[in-house]
Design a protein. Sequence first.
Length: 383
Amino acid sequence: MTFDTLTSMGFPIAALTLIFSGFLIHIIRFKTKFKQKKFYIGFFLIATAYLAPLIYIPFDIRSIPVSITAVLYLFAYVFLSNSMKGNLNYLFKVMLFANLLLTAEVFFYIYQGYLLYPEMDFYHRIFQGWNRNLGWANINDMCFYISLTFPSYLYFIFKKPSTYLTWFLMIFPVIAVLLSKSRGGMVGFAVVAGGVFLFFLLKGNKKHLTHGLIFLAFTALLFYLNREILYLWYDELIQSLGTDLNSFSSNRIYIYTEGLKIFREYPLFGGGWISIYSFPFAGRIFMFHSTFIQALAAMGLYGLFALFVHYYQIGNFMIRKLNLEKSLFLIGYLATQIHGLIDNVQFSVPYSSLIVLFLATWETSELETSFTLVNHRYHIIET
């Protein structure tokens, strides 16, 4: 998707019209009363930061659809937080299903690349991939969505410690990210996998730890028997590093430099969401490949301030009365934000939409947790 194609998206615009018509009908039918909720200020500031550059930059129709997306996030958050009743158990089910679906899509990407190179041996074929764009996202995006939802496996491991199915399913996203050859994706996934492993060691009870030891032994055996893939993966990783910092970062140093030039020209409110269009690397909509560079270039210091307020509200809510569910969300969220230091995460439309949904669900859930701490270890609350 580029700025040139954005204004010709007839179907998505029609779909959004239907969605928000549904919101409007619900408001009229049930006479929803709106109140300011916990995350309102952060979303409101970000929405105004998206719009502020429109005051002084030359008018361009291509900037309108992107600039109003944060207003839609704000509206969706206000609507959902005032009209829904959250269910955390259902939310984690959705996260687990989404993770499996994303993993399957990555495997399809790998399989298509495998079919394109019949002359190669098996190990080289599975690393070829099939383009790097899966339509709605590229392979880097797929990896950080997998990272965001990966802690959901641990939720069901703690909830049903006697089953091995969840442990078995957990292997697939690990393999998918490794075979994706996404270096940024592997950074974020390494953080989430390390966080999940550490949380499991510190908070798992005896039954969890026993099953986890069996799973680790099985996984180690699986990778040992297929160690040729790991050797090849390492060789591919070394070859991808390039000869200088800019090539190592896939041209990101140049992109960051251009983003900071825009920020210096428009320090207070930024150069707007199509400021990147004046540079030769313009293509996908959010292309500064860093959360903070993107905020500074597009929204200036005000946008960065709005982002920090948003972070503070999330951190304050999650850390207060910290429990298993909040801890798992924070592990996935922090992993994706670390990935966002070198890629397009925070301001991508699917990611922002998911965060709106997650926060509204958390805020409106009547049941805060399904677990209790016994000697610093989590146990399911029997009902």
